[in-house]
Design a protein around this ligand. Structure first.
Ligand SMILES: Cc1cc2nc3c(=O)[nH]c(=O)nc-3n(C[C@H](O)[C@H](O)[C@H](O)COP(=O)(O)OP(=O)(O)OC[C@H]3O[C@@H](n4cnc5c(N)ncnc54)[C@H](O)[C@@H]3O)c2cc1C
Length: 305
């Protein structure tokens, strides 16, 4: 651990890789730590990314590889390891990993988030083939088709409203008899003629051949079971920020997101956050890479003050 880096980046999804690119161009002595063999984070498993400017219809894996190659071409260094916590002392930060410790004048946390799974048979099999966790990302593939959104919170209702503007019909499937979403969102939803809410209902199975063609829905009160024909299923049962390792290190909001604005500044001087793991309105590739770039500007200012 004798080496002291200007910057230790944790995570090599879009936010971490954009930061690695900007750090190399800013001539910072930086290292990026990634727990997976592959860089790219959530993008690696995304079949098609159709909203990243300039690259329509891009395969997620290829986009992730391009990000990583770009960083490597500029000289960025990577270490495969899992970060466990950060210990801060005398203005330096020790990033403690399973297999070693890295010391930095600054640290950028870019560990992303994980979409909660439904756990129903067929979910994994049809992931990217009709099952999606992101209406903003994939909604456009279901124009004039029939979709189902599963969940009852703000995100589920927002997704259903968003999809109702594109789709022929949208089912909102919720396991209780009332929604948790904000009342203003509910009013908007109930005003949409092509939305049908299936109350007290759970999805027991997602079915199809090459792509999704129906879901098996059970009413938890009456126990009645029926098959509903759909082309797409949007799972909106929660997102979990990958921030457990940083509890007690930096301030988190009640959902576990690291409290940080666009500049990436957290509650601890010298520790920054970027991408899906921070508090923000829109979690997308384009906002994650912007965060990575913005954070480096903040980090340069911090190092030069
Ligand atoms: C199925 C799906 C489809 C999507 N489609 C689109 C789309 O079409 N368009 C779009 O703009 N967005 C899409 N998104 C959202 C987009 O992928 C995310 O907003 C983006 O990847 C966030 O980037 P990030 O760098 O913040 O985090 P992530 O991509 O989550 O990357 C975080 C990285 O940190 C690593 N990491 C986590 N914890 C540790 C640790 N303790 N130690 C070391 N490394 C760690 C992870 O392994 C990962 O590589 C999609 C998401 C999903 C799940």
């Amino acid at each position: 651990m004798s080496e002291v880096y200007d910057l230790v980046i944790i995570g090599s999804g879009p936010a971490g890789l954009a930061a690695a690119i900007y750090a190399e161009r800013a001539k910072l002595k930086a290292v990026t730590i990634e727990k997976n063999v592959m860089s790219g984070g959530q993008v690696v498993n995304t079949y098609e990314v159709d909203n990243y400017p300039g690259l329509p219809g891009m395969n997620g894996f290829d986009l992730a590889m391009k990000f990583r190659e770009h960083a490597q071409q500029l000289g960025a260094g990577f270490q495969e390891d899992t970060v466990q916590t950060i210990l801060s002392k005398d203005g330096l930060h020790q990033v403690v990993c399973e297999n070693g410790t890295y010391e930095g004048k600054t640290v950028l946390i870019a560990t992303g988030a994980t979409h909660r799974k439904l756990g129903a048979p067929g979910e994994e099999q049809f992931s990217g083939m009709g099952v999606s966790y992101c209406a903003t990302c994939d909604g456009a593939f279901f124009r004039n088709k029939v979709t189902a959104v599963i969940g009852g919170g703000d995100v589920a209702v927002e997704d259903a409203i968003f999809l109702a503007r594109l789709c022929k019909k949208v089912y909102l499937i919720h396991r209780r008899d009332e929604l948790r979403a904000a009342k203003s969102l509910q009013e908007k939803l109930f005003a949409m003629e092509n939305v049908e809410v299936l109350w007290d209902s759970v999805v027991e199975e997602i079915k199809g051949e090459n792509n999704v063609n129906s879901i098996s829905v059970k009413n938890v009160k009456t126990k009645e079971q029926k098959d509903v024909s759909v082309d797409g299923v949007f799972v909106a049962v929660g997102i979990l920020p990958n921030s457990d390792e940083f509890k007690g290190v930096v301030e988190l909001d009640p959902q576990g997101y690291i409290k940080a604005g666009e500049e990436g500044i957290t509650s601890v001087p010298g520790i920054f956050a970027a991408g899906d793991v921070r508090t923000k309105a829109l979690r997308q590739i384009v906002t994650a890479v912007s965060d990575g770039a913005n954070a480096i500007t903040s980090i340069e200012k911090y190092l030069n003050h």
